[in-house]
Design a protein around this ligand. Structure first.
Ligand code: GN1
Ligand code: MG
Length: 352
């Protein structure tokens, strides 16, 4: 965070075309702070982000990942006759050549803003879900021959065994004495523990392969063009070597929800089967060529796995006193937990 003057000073540390005029707040990320830089003398705009170093411990490593990935994507996009400036993020280095700038101990990064695009918080038609599926499948396909080393920016991110370690420890500490009031929700997590660990064994034993994947594929993390096609996949902070099933599962969690992720009215929340089928169709149109039989078989379970993990993470953060996710009101993480649990139950009743 910072004042307008500080933000302008930070913006001026980057290799921008022209002179920054103003920096405005943008978007609603749960983790980083995001701003848009408007220029006095150029129509180009930029995205400025303060990266959350409570969560991302190695911003230089993360930005090296993002630079390598976007360069790879741009080559593929150019070869296919696309526009590499609009279909992949462009990292703008600081004036000292680094991919980030440190100001008062905070890490800041800049990318080029992609204008004339549309973003959604929710998929409103099956066609959009199908296009979203195709977009993520294509993203994975373009990265399938990416062979440079990637820093693991978030060790254990979708590793449920790691999450149980954090979970058990948080319940033991119970730092703000909230655990007692959510016994029913804790029981929902515990009831599924062994099944989740069983799935994770397939990952640990290599039966489900690691690929270069996004890991945070909610619909708000992609830009669409005016025809409803995915134009560009955003928020590459979590690109890691991980099962591609995590991207599928997280997309289903997002694209098929008939309500909001934090819907206080649980009647709004369910999995739309129509959206599921549409997303799957779009995804397979790109991913069928590289998926193994095992991956294909576990696609439905991945929706359950990632939604379950999200219930656990929201509830764990509530019990921990709201340390990880930004909250807009005191019970926000609890409301998120209940909404995601409702979605999980809906997924379970329709897919299993
Ligand atoms: C966070 O960064 P953002 O807001 O796209 C979170 C995801 C969660 C998501 C829930 C690094 O995503 O894992 O699924 O919120 N990202 C991180 O909306 O924890
Ligand atoms: Mg993110």
């Amino acid at each position: 965070m910072g004042t307008g003057t500080q933000l302008l000073e930070i913006a001026r540390s980057f290799q921008l075309e022209g002179t920054p005029l103003r920096v405005d707040n943008l978007g609603d990320g749960f983790i980083n702070d995001t701003y848009i830089i408007k220029m006095a003398d150029s129509p180009v705009k930029y995205i400025l982000q303060r990266k959350n170093t409570n969560i991302f411990k190695d911003v230089p490593g993360m930005m090296n990942n993002i630079q390598a990935i976007t360069r790879h994507l741009k080559k593929k996009i150019s070869a296919a006759g696309g526009d590499p400036m609009r279909e992949a993020l462009t990292v703008v280095p600081a004036k000292d050549g680094k991919l980030y700038h440190v100001h008062d101990g905070e890490y800041w990064c800049v990318t080029v803003f992609i204008s004339d695009s549309v973003s959604y918080d929710k998929a409103d038609t099956p066609l959009l879900a199908e296009r979203g599926g195709r977009g993520i499948g294509r993203f994975q396909a373009m990265l399938s021959d990416f062979d440079q080393p990637l820093v693991d920016t978030l060790p254990g991110f979708h590793n449920i065994s790691f999450r149980y370690g954090q979970w058990d420890e948080t319940l033991d500490r119970n730092p703000v004495h909230r655990a007692g009031s959510v016994r029913d929700l804790i029981a929902e997590i515990e009831a599924r523990r062994s099944e989740m660990l069983e799935f994770y064994k397939l990952v640990e034993t290599g039966q489900i392969p690691l690929r270069v994947t996004h890991n945070d594929t909610k619909i708000a993390n992609m830009l669409f063009d005016h025809d409803g096609n995915v134009l560009c996949v955003l928020d590459l902070d979590t690109v890691l070597k991980a099962p591609c099933l995590y991207d599928f599962g997280d997309s289903i969690r997002s694209y098929t929800n008939t309500g909001a992720e934090d819907d206080p009215n649980l009647d709004n929340v369910s999995m739309s089967r129509e959206m599921y089928d549409a997303f799957l169709r779009g995804y397979l149109s790109e991913a069928d060529s590289f998926l193994t039989d095992t991956e294909r078989r576990w696609l439905p379970f991945s929706a359950r796995y990632i939604t379950y993990e999200q219930v656990l993470r929201f509830l764990m953060d509530y019990i921990d006193g709201d340390k990880y996710y930004k909250v807009k009101y005191p019970e926000h993480n609890l409301v998120r937990t209940r909404a995601q649990l409702k979605l999980l139950r809906s997924i379970e009743s329709q897919l299993f």
